[in-house]
Design a protein around this ligand. Sequence first.
Ligand code: PBG
Length: 305
Amino acid sequence: MSPSLLRIATRKSALALWQAEHVASLLRAAHPGLRVELVPLTTRGDEILDQPLATIGGKGLFLKELEVAMLEGRADLAVHSLKDVPTELEAGFSLPAILPRADAADAFVSNHYSDVMALPHGARVGTSSLRRQAQLRAARPDLELLDLRGNVGTRLKKLDDGLYDAIILACAGLERLGLHDRIRSRLGAPTWLPAPGQAAIAIEARADQTEVLETLAVLDDAETRLAVTAERAMNQALGGSCTVPVGAWCTVTERGLHLRGMVGDVSSGRLLSAEAEGTSDDAVKLGNEVAQALFAQGAATLLGR
Ligand SMILES: NCc1[nH]cc(CCC(=O)O)c1CC(=O)O
């Protein structure tokens, strides 16, 4: 029997709530008569705001409480930014739908400067992402890189308060929040790579809830799933999580998949990159191939392994 009510576990940040509401309206449109409600929850990742994510460690910092709600029957699904979802999902859960991807580029955001190259010598740039820090360091060894955590609104407020000359955010998040006009320039492939899975929204549910999974699967976008499967396979082969300087970007055409990967080093600004093409029937193999090419260039040293 298909469910008559679906409860969506979500974080309480403006971005998370937007994404959950977005999924709720897509579900209502796809299944007339279906009731959909939000269950807003606080996660550990939201509570610890004084430390860079890379230091706190622990995969799935933003997922745990939402998964517990599903296990305890307080929610039927959870909505996540795919880039916050660990490559290895918790046992007993699956991702029945990955939505069509938005703009996966990063955004250069500043009140005074138009892009990274226009920043004055020694300018202060805020981002806690090691991937963003490594790519900034590579382009501009002189910059002062400063930690910056919190949700999108908090980060913009700190920029506006003058704590930074510029910050780096995801274009997708800014667009979803109606903040497109804060984007001074796009940082995109091939010169700048996003996080694996960036700009894709993932729906998570319990693997044993067959009817729920079927109800959610109608929202899945096959092309986005292929691309992010390759990116996440590469990340996994590199032993990556969201706490290592790894970037990935896969495009899908009728000719097949094209994956580009990057591993960086924050202190030296050294970047390794590799790319390969593959067929759409083996996205995982393509991801492994690019990871191997990066290892052949010495990625293990940069990743501290
Ligand atoms: N780590 C926070 C986070 N998780 C997903 C996004 C952006 C939206 C997306 O990638 O789907 C953001 C904000 C940011 O990086 O600026």
